[in-house]
Design a protein around this ligand. Sequence first.
Ligand SMILES: [Zn+2]
Length: 224
Amino acid sequence: MTTYVLFCPSCNKDSNFFSLVFDPMNSVPSSNVYIGGEGVRFDSILANYMQNKRGYHDLARCISCSSIYQIITNNIARTSNPKLVTDVWVSPTSLHVFVPEAVRKDWAEALTGYKKGMNNSAAAMFRRALERTCNIKGFNSGKLWEKVETMLAPFPSDLQEYADLIRWIGNDAAHPTDDISTDVPREEVEDLKDFFEILMENIFIRPERRKKLKEKHNQRKSSH
Ligand SMILES: [Zn+2]
C-alpha cells in the first residue's frame, strides 16, 4: 500500500496520506475530487502529468481529515521526496455543466488567476467571460455595455449592476496607468468572483434547471 507522510494543510499537522491512484486496492475517483477547495477531475490530473514531466503525480487522501490532495514525487514508485501540489489550476470541467464550454474556459482562467493572486489578470478575464456570455446568448453587436444592457433587460436590475462592476473593473485591469496605484486590489476581485457566479447562476444554470424539471414533470404526467 502506497502511503505518504506529509504535512496536511487542511488539518494543520503531519499526517499519513493513502494513495488513491497507484494502489490497485484503492479505486480511482471517477468524478470530481476536491483539491484546495476546488473540484478537479482525475483526468485533469493526468493531463497535468502529460504537460509536466517534472514528476509523477498521484492523488492521496489524508487519513486524519479525508481531504484529497495532488502529490508529486520524483520516481515512478512514488516513494521519493513526495510533495503536495498546492498551486492548483481551475479546470473548466470542474465548473457547472449548464454553463457553455466557451464561457467555462474563460471563467476557469479567471478563477485560476484569482487563486494565484493575479488580480489584474483575473479581473480582465472576468470581463472577457462576461463578453463571451453576451456573444453566446446572441447579443454580439455594439459596445459591451450595450450588449450587457440588452442581455440583462429581462432580469432583476441588480444583475445589471453586477455586470457593470465586472465591466468597469475589468477595464481598469486591461488599461493600465503609469503607476500601480490604479491596479485592481484583491478585495475587488473577490467581489467580482462572487458577482460573476451570480450572473452564471441566473443566466445559464437556473433557466436550464427549470427547463429540465418541467420536462421531467411533463413526462411523468404523460405516462399516466
Ligand atoms: Zn488532513
